[in-house]
Unconditional design. Structure first.
Length: 256
């Protein structure tokens, strides 16, 4: 089985994949400093808690936007899982031509999402990842990554509200019944945040369709809070919480 690892700014998402099927998954906090021994032992323990052993893992692939932890994590995997990880980056075949000013600066997670969106749902398409930041990444009909947008993530926006405004409290991010369902400070914040974000998504997708001249552009979303946004709009055709892990599995198969 394939161990697919997506290292983001907030979480490290680990999936045990059998083809496109997710067998098991777990998350680690990215910002916690760990040694290679700690990473390796933790991986083994988490696998065993799910009824899996080291021998069940036949390959590892990783994508990362956090260079500082790569040395420890990579060495922990080599030492304890006895696998040399395949790392998404320059030189690895993705099947996706990157048509930007500097292809090397495009985050690996963005490329992985685009590979999965294009291969699984077709193109032209835009892959929206609701993570620490929200990324809108565009693939044209020829399977070329032609650019995208990066905006503050939903949680960053929520944190900014309560950190910068003395009388506004911390709150749960959720969709209220309607914009007018604002009878207290918490619901007012929730409505403003979620419906405002839905408006952002709808406007950006509409502008991408206009500028590309492709009204039938496919829209694929992923990321923990993406389902909340999809529930409030009809512009997101597909929500796939496993999009990044599936993209890693697809890239692994292209390079095995």
């Amino acid at each position: 089985m394939l161990l697919a690892i997506d290292i983001g700014n907030t979480n490290i998402v680990v999936g045990v994949m059998n083809g496109m099927e997710l067998i098991s998954s777990f998350r680690l906090t990215t910002q916690t400093p760990r040694t290679s021994d700690e990473y390796g032992i933790m991986m083994i323990d988490l696998l065993r808690q799910r009824g899996l052993e080291v021998k069940d893992i036949t390959a590892v692939i990783m994508s990362s936007v956090v260079p500082d932890i790569m040395y420890s994590l990579t060495n922990g995997i080599k030492r304890y899982l006895r696998q040399k990880p395949m790392i998404v980056g320059p030189g690895l075949k993705t099947g996706l031509a990157v048509r930007t000013d500097n292809p090397r600066e495009v985050g690996a997670d963005r490329i992985v999402n685009c590979v999965a969106a294009y291969e699984l749902y077709g193109g032209p398409c835009v892959a929206i990842d609701f993570g620490t930041s929200t990324t809108y990444d565009i693939v044209n009909g020829k399977g070329e990554f032609i650019g995208g947008l990066i905006t503050p993530g939903i949680r960053i926006c929520a944190d900014a509200l309560w950190q910068r405004a003395a009388q506004l409290p911390h709150m749960e991010i959720k969709k209220t019944r309607g914009i007018l369902d604002c009878k207290n400070t918490i619901s007012a914040m929730q409505s403003g945040l979620v419906y405002g974000y839905i408006g952002q998504v709808e406007y950006i997708v509409r502008k991408i369709r206009e500028e590309l001249g492709v009204p039938e552009l496919k829209v694929v979303a992923t990321g923990g809070l993406g389902k909340i946004i999809q529930d409030g709009t009809d512009v997101i055709e597909h929500y796939d919480g496993l999009l990044t892990l599936k993209g890693l599995a697809i890239i692994y198969e292209k390079n095995r």
